[in-house]
Design a protein around this ligand. Structure first.
Ligand code: SF4
Length: 347
């Protein structure tokens, strides 16, 4: 991902947080970036949520609940019960379930007690049904017809699997209308958003995908060359597996949001700055004179220089230097923006 893609992606996230859905209306959303499955990572993920249920999700803490933890807390009974009676048979040994139960106990999201030799559980909170829809956006700032053709197989896979309710491509507006060649190259099921600065318009509305139906995972497809006689390989994905994956993606989005990129960057470098660009705060590298990507701004960066100790003196070690201040700024924005708030509350 180069600089322009990274900045474009953050801009898309910020826009989605303030303006989703694109046709107006009022839907509470949670936005995250770079999430998906082992095989497919989406650039921007918009989770449309039920605001009340979403508020109740906070009972389980800021950390995500992984698949095993979800299996326990979602089936935890209202009254004390032996865990093996209460929970569905796992497709792995029960001892791992016991480990998850103890972890849930430590995180204070499940009541646990021993009765003789038996481990009993009782739910502390009911896990809310907080996810309404999941929208995947592929960011391609420079989407010409050839880039759209390259993107097509990936979008076709998304449509066939139908793990997200909607799939979009976001690109920069180049003129009054979207090139017909581009519209032809992107599958009709995928929507197209065109950005002009910080605002976006819909060039093509997507089709709503059937997330409750079995999906098709395309494993291999013929290249289509003259001598390529091979058949496509694919497998069916049952709706239950899709539902599980969707929940896991939403939980990761809940934990990460989209402003956590400094976690993998080096805000403790003296060249690291945060710069405001309209409503967006972007990382900026003073040494490279650009908005650096998370990949560049890492422990391997040859231009890295630790922030001088003098920066840390004021209030250090409680307050820390500018690096810590940057982290805190992004964290506080993350905390302040909750679905259901107005955009101005979020700032
Ligand atoms: S010099 Fe390297 S580590 Fe420092 S802010 Fe720039 S990209 Fe990040």
């Amino acid at each position: 991902m180069d600089e322009s893609e990274f900045v474009f992606e953050l801009r898309t996230c910020r826009w989605a947080e303030r303006r989703w859905p694109p046709d107006g209306g009022d839907r509470a959303v949670l936005v995250a970036r770079q999430l998906g499955t082992k095989r497919r990572r989406w650039d921007t993920v918009v989770i449309e949520v039920d605001a009340d249920a979403f508020a109740r999700r906070a009972d389980f803490g800021r950390r995500r609940l992984d698949g095993d933890m979800l299996g326990v807390v979602r089936h935890a009974p209202a009254e004390w019960e032996w865990y093996r009676d209460a929970l569905p048979d796992p497709d792995y040994p029960w001892r791992y379930v016991r480990e998850t139960i103890h972890e849930a106990d430590e995180r204070e999201i499940l009541k646990v007690r021993k009765r003789g030799n038996r481990l009993e559980i009782k739910r502390r909170y009911e896990y809310p049904d907080w996810i309404r829809r999941i929208v995947a956006i592929e960011n391609k700032p420079d989407l010409d017809a050839s880039a759209a053709r390259d993107l097509r197989p990936q979008l076709e896979r998304d449509v066939a699997l139908s793990l997200a309710d909607e799939v979009w491509v976001a690109t920069n507006a180049t003129g009054e209308t979207v090139e017909p060649a581009l519209l032809e190259s992107v599958p009709v099921e995928a929507g197209i958003l065109t950005f002009d600065g910080h605002d976006a318009a819909v060039a093509w509305y997507p089709r709503t995908l059937d997330v409750d139906a079995p999906g098709t995972r395309i494993l291999e497809r013929p290249s289509g060359g003259k001598y390529d006689q091979s058949a496509a390989r694919f497998e069916y994905v049952p709706p239950e597996e899709k539902a599980k994956k969707r929940l896991e993606i939403a939980e990761r989005a809940y934990e990460r949001g989209w402003r956590t990129y400094t976690r993998t960057m080096r805000p403790d470098c003296r060249h690291f700055e945060l710069r405001r660009e309209e409503a967006l705060v972007l990382p900026y590298c003073d040494a490279k004179s650009c908005h650096q990507t998370a990949r560049e701004c890492s422990g391997r960066c040859s231009a890295f220089e630790p922030e001088p100790p003098a920066w840390r003196q004021k209030g250090w070690p409680i307050e820390g230097g500018p690096g810590n201040a940057s982290k805190r700024l992004l964290e506080s924005r993350r905390e302040r923006y909750r679905p259901g708030q107005s955009a101005s509350d979020a700032e």
